[in-house]
Design a protein around this ligand. Sequence first.
Ligand code: DX5
Ligand code: ZN
Length: 236
Amino acid sequence: MFQPIKIAPSILSANFMSLKDEVDLITEAGADYIHVDVMDGHFVPNLTMGIPLVKQLAPYAKIPLDVHLMIANPEVQVPWFMDAGADSITVHVEALSVPHLVTTLETIRNGGVKAAVSVKPRTDISALAPVMELVDMILVMSVEPGFSGQSFIEGSGKKVAEVAKMCEAMGVSPLIQVDGGIGVRTAPAVASGGADVLVCGNAVFKAEDPAAAISEVRAVADAARLRALESQGAQR
Ligand code: DX5
Ligand code: ZN
């Protein structure tokens, strides 16, 4: 059945001097999540935001806070982000050994927070296999994590389709999220591959009209999703 695509604007691209207005703007424009990119200068070269911001944002936000942890040893900070009010927390497979990844995702879920796992562009999706049944969402990175405003890595749509196929084969149905370089030009490929949630940084916050940008990305992605569904139906 057709489900509209969800949009998660990344506030890393927002104007921090007027963050409250930026959050209001995307909320009123119908964004589905607020994507919070946490970087520690170790797992990725860049350093961004952390617990204090999530703590202040959580009671104010009217839509869920989707926290993307690009940090080393995320198992240490996960409980802090849960306490701070994150609604979903994503950890990277590259940041943890399999046993630690399992326990970290279980900690997130047991605390009533949505658990998600991410793969970097060069990580094979087979790395997801041990935790497919433990997650509410899988994040496929379509840029090398670390910075907003990078170019979408072509071929990411194919990777999304492979993840979707893997989920189907395993009988699980987590949301599939894509993050990095998503805009009107790149959204259709990942949406037709089976993406459910699109993270948009620069495409939304650097647009002249961020609300219109959200609607435009959603419209092209929904159209692509519908076309893909129809052609799947025709093949059956
Ligand atoms: C990259 C971050 C992304 C990024 C999105 O490491 O995880 O969320 O900021 O920004 P755009 O859409 O500009 O690539
Ligand atoms: Zn992100």
